[in-house]
Structures are given as C-alpha cells and as structure tokens.
Design a protein around this ligand. Sequence first.
Ligand SMILES: [Zn+2]
Length: 611
Amino acid sequence: MKKLLLILGVLILSINISYSQTDICGYQQPPYNPIEEQQIKDYISSNRTNTTITVPVVFHIVWQTGHPEQNVSDAQIISQIDALNRDFNLLNTDAANAPSIFTPANPNIQFCLATRDPNGNATTGIIRRQSPIVGWDPGNYMAYYNLGGSEAWGAPSSSNPCPYLNIYVCNLNGSVIGVSSLGIVTVDYAYFGTVGVLGSNYNKGRVATHEVGHWLNLRHIWGDANCGDDLVNDTPTHNAANFGCPTYPHKSTCAGTPTEMTMNYMDYTYDQCKYMFTQGQVDRMRATLTPTGSNSGILTSLGCTSPIYTTCVVDNFGVTVPDSGKFRVAWTPVPGATSYTLEYSTLYTFGTAKVSLNVTSTDTVITPSPTSINTSNLDIYYVKVKANCLSSTFTPQLVVNVSKNIGINMLDPILGDTTSGGSSGGGGTTLICPDTYEPNNTLTAPKSISTNTDIFGTISPLNDADCFSFSTTKPLKNVQITLSNLTIDCTLQLYKSDGTLLTTSANTGTANEIIIANNLPQASYKIKIFSNGVSDSTNCYKLVVNRSKSAFRVTGDETYYENIDTELLETKIYTVDGRLLDLNNTDNLSSGIYIIQYVYEDRIEFEKIIK
Ligand SMILES: [Zn+2]
C-alpha cells in the first residue's frame, strides 16, 4: 500500500501539488454553475425519472512497457463492471449496514461493456495501449494517443455529449488512486476491480464507484472545503474528508455537529466502509442523464447495441440496359432497411467523381449523369448499392456499358457476380467484361481510342491480342500508357504508325504495365496488349493513355522511352539561285538541281538533290 504511505507523507510534509494535498482522488471541484443547478432543480421538481439507464463503458488499459502487472486482465475489468452495477443498483448487501438515520438510495444505472465502437464496428469494449509513460498525473492526458495514452471515444474535453463512459486504468502518480477529469474516469491499476492483485482495503471496486459518482456530477461529501457544500440536501455537512473506517457515530465539527455520513461513496473511507448514495445524490446523478444534462449523449448511445452484420446486406443485385443511355438497377429488398444508397461512377475507384442517390425503391432506372466523360458512344459505369440499416456496407460494384446511340437496346447488359458478401455467403468481386475490342487483333486494324479515357477489355481467347491507336499533338507530345486491373501477366507495347516497335513494358505477373514515352513527334501511334499462353475471359484490364505538355516523370516501375530526335518542323525547297518553291515535296520537280532546307526544332540542315 505504497500509495497510502504517500498520502500520509503528503499530509505531513504539505507538499504543494496542483491538486489538493490530501486527495486520494484527483477530482477538481468545478465552480458553482447556477444554470446547471437550476437544471437539477427542474429535474427534481418536474422531470424526475426512475427507469433504468444504461451507460456504455469503454475501458482503456494504458500500461507501461516492462510492467505487465499494469495490463490488468479481462476478468479484473469485468469484475469492475460488476461492482459498478452492484453499487449503482443498490444490490450491495453491505447497504444493510447503514445506520437507521441514513437511507441508501438506488441510482438504477446500469453499466455495460461497449459492444459497438464509435465507427459502428464490433468491439470488446476493452482497449489496451502499451505506453512508454512511467506514471500519470491527474488530468485527462491519458485520453490522447499522442501523449502516450489511448484516444477517448466520443468527445471527453468538448461540450459535445459523449455517448460512452471512458474509464482509464493506468499507473497514477503520487497518492492519487482515482481521478474524474474532463469527462473521463481514471483508476490506478492496483485499486481497480475486485479480483487481481489488490490490497484488502481497496478490493471492492469502489474507487471506480467514487469516480463515476464524480462523472455523474457528484462532489465530495465535504464539498472540498472545511464544512463545504456538496450541493446535495440530504447529506450531512462534513468538516473534512474521512479516511479508513471511522467508528459510528463520527461527529462533524461543523455547525450543529451532525453525525457524518462516513459510509457515503463520496467520502475517502475504505472500500469496505462505504456503501451508499443518498436520494439527493441519485437525483443529481440522474439529472445528468437527461436530454438537457451533461451526459445526454448516453441516452442515444448505440454503444451497447451490437452491430448487425448478417441481415443488412443487399443480395441479388443486378444491372441491365433497358434503353439507350440508361441502366436499370434492381435487388432484393433488405429487411430492416429504411432506404438504400445507390452510387455510380465512371471511375473504378469512385472517389469524388460519383453520383450518390438515396432511394427507397429496389428497382431503379438511371439516366446517368455525367454522360459525357467518354467521347465514344459508350459510357462505362460502375454501380454499387448499400442498404441503410444500423450497420451496412456497399455491395461489390458492377460494371455496365451504357449505349448512347439513338437506337434502343444496342448493347447487351453486362452483369457482374452478385454473391459477394451476401447472406448466402461466398463469392468475390467479379467483373464480367465484354470483349468489345475482339476484332482489333492486329496492328493493321487497331481500334482508335480517346486519350485520358478508361478502356476496358479482356485477353481472350487464348493468344488474343488487342491493338489500339491514338495520336499525339505538337503540345501534347508526352504520353503515359497505363495497363492495370490485370489478372494475368500481360505485355504492353508501343509502336509507331508504320509498325516500328518503340518499346515493350517489362513488368511481370499482374503488376501494372506502364510505358512513359516523352517527346513523341506529332503522329499516330499504336498500342498492343497481349499475353503469352494465358487468357481471362472474365476480368477486364483497364487501359488509359494520358497525354501531357510536360514530360512524364519516371518514378519506379515504368518502362521509359524518349524520342531523342528533334522534330522536323518544315521542309523548304529552293532552286540553286535561291528562289523558294511553293512545294512540299520533291515528287513533281522538273529535272535540275535543288536545295532542300530541313527546319528542325533545334537546327536547320540543307541537302542538295539532282532530279
Ligand atoms: Zn473524489
């Protein structure tokens, strides 16, 4: 019991520390707040309730590296929850020891280990942080991860009502064995719960009972002053804190010398000698758990409502193209869903380039917007939907090609696998792609594509090759070609329009194949995608050609090609006497001697020819 020895040391030496010298509790009494006191009076006079209120609790065990004894067991944590539920529901048998002049009251407050975290995910309600911090001063520093603690759930230091009670267990410095500060409760690891390594005077979990009393707006019974006021009408005036187990009746030195309620949880007596709250204290605590009270966030907390993972999943999700420029999304209604969030995007990654709709129907026809991302007659959209329940996630997305042609039903719908994550289980995200580019097998018949546009295709059947063409312009002479979403080892090649190979990508496996080609002359170019001996008819690759005025930078795995020839800008034909002819080539020249002037980006060259 080193802490108690330290208390005595503090008493004798009057060491000046920031909190009261005699405290075993680091609670700092707040100033009198008339608005809050009026709220409590109003609660008592007209809004009093006695229904059970449940408080979700998250325990943060912050233990010092090398001190596993501070990392208290789950059993010790559960024993503390049990102790709180005992004391805050007047289920403690020692309440029967109360002298007849005092009446223990029942707060009717239940505590539960949180089962849902602030993000809606399942939790044990126990967070463990191994920390380099040797010991903690009273305060709420332990509620911050960056200070070596564990980030509190909710908003402990703001005015926002917190939906959790955050209880910290750590090694408190000095004589303090418990603190309630700025919305969190802290208990020293050696004074916590009812099992584990505990001294005989602090083995009933009542340090936490006392601190949770503070969290519920109770003051020390002596009002932290000589004959101070705890703002509760039915507690006697104490001249000071009591320690140990005072013999009854213990008389106050204050006016009237009332018998002190040394058995009140808000005194400093030993665990085995404190066992009651008064009705006035119960009112004060429960007033915080009202819509206008400081702990109103508890009332609407879902902290002890387990997340539901099995019933809020959209199943049988499908997309069809019923008409030109539209697509239809349908799925099986989800029990318990209040609405659905349907999202579509021209980007596989969605990001911000998406349209998000809140719908109640499970069968919706969409005329997509934007429709002009692609300049071709096809828009490719990714579609996903989420049922809005207590906890839900999006379906795997489907891909749909939407025809913008005048005619109807120009394209077959492209459907994806819909089984992933469904209640029937199984399945991954599988996109089924059309082999839209199947005729473009050779470099002599490439499919012309737009730049800065996602192109999707498959390498199927075996030994398939897909060939595309694009152009550069004078300013947009730098090109990056990216082949991604690969499920098989593919190769990407860049050719000049005459079929001359410029470069071949080098990556193996399903890593992206990226070619950077800078300083290309203004011309048409060709791309070839192929794979040796493997095919995949199900999953589509994604190809995109980006052009830029400035050179693309090589950062890692790209294959780099740079045209080191400067561009021929102009060809001029002169007669030997220096007369400029209005001709672009030499085909139609009559017999004679001519001077050809070649104007390059960086130089001019001359050539003499004889026709
Ligand atoms: Zn206290």
